[in-house]
Write a protein that binds this ligand. Structure first.
Ligand SMILES: [Zn+2]
Length: 130
C-alpha cells in the first residue's frame, strides 16, 4: 500500500523529509493522497504522518482537494491519479487549477483555437499591468 484512502474530511496530515522540514496539509474532500511527497524546501522525499491523532492540532498551510476537471490535466500520471479518485494539492486559498485549464483533445493535446492563441499574444504584455 502506498496511498491513503480516507473518508474523514478536514483531517490534518504532515509530510516530513529527512532534514525535518514539515509540510502541514488537510484534506477538504475524500479521496486518495500519497504516502510520499517532494519536500517543497529541499526536494527530498517527505513521508506522510499517517494522519496521526497528534497532528490534528497543527495548522495546515496546504490542502488536498478534488479537482473539478481532472480529465484536463496534461500530465498523464496526474490525470489518471485524479480521475481514479486521487486528490490534487494546493496552498490553502489557491483556486482549483483545473477550472482555468482548457479541455484536452482526444489525442491528449490541449484544445487551442487560432483565436485563443492570437488573443493571448495580443494580451500577454498587458496582463499584469492593471
Ligand atoms: Zn526538506
Amino acid at each position: 500500500m502506498n496511498e491513503h484512502n480516507m473518508s474523514n474530511l478536514s483531517r490534518i496530515n504532515t509530510y516530513t523529509c529527512p532534514s525535518n522540514h514539515v509540510l502541514v496539509t488537510r484534506d477538504i474532500d475524500s479521496g486518495v493522497t500519497p504516502m510520499f511527497k517532494k519536500c517543497p524546501t529541499c526536494g527530498a522525499d517527505a513521508r506522510s504522518g499517517f494522519y496521526n491523532n497528534e497532528l490534528q492540532r497543527l495548522t495546515p498551510t496546504h490542502e488536498w482537494y478534488k479537482p473539478a476537471y481532472p480529465e484536463r490535466y496534461a500530465h498523464p500520471g496526474l490525470r489518471e491519479h485524479c480521475m481514479k479518485g486521487g486528490l490534487a494539492f494546493r496552498a490553502i486559498g489557491e483556486p482549483d487549477e483545473t477550472e482555468a485549464m482548457k479541455p484536452l483533445r482526444a489525442d491528449g493535446h490541449r484544445v487551442n483555437t487560432f483565436s485563443d492563441s492570437v488573443m493571448s499574444r495580443l494580451t500577454n504584455r498587458n496582463r499584469f499591468q492593471k
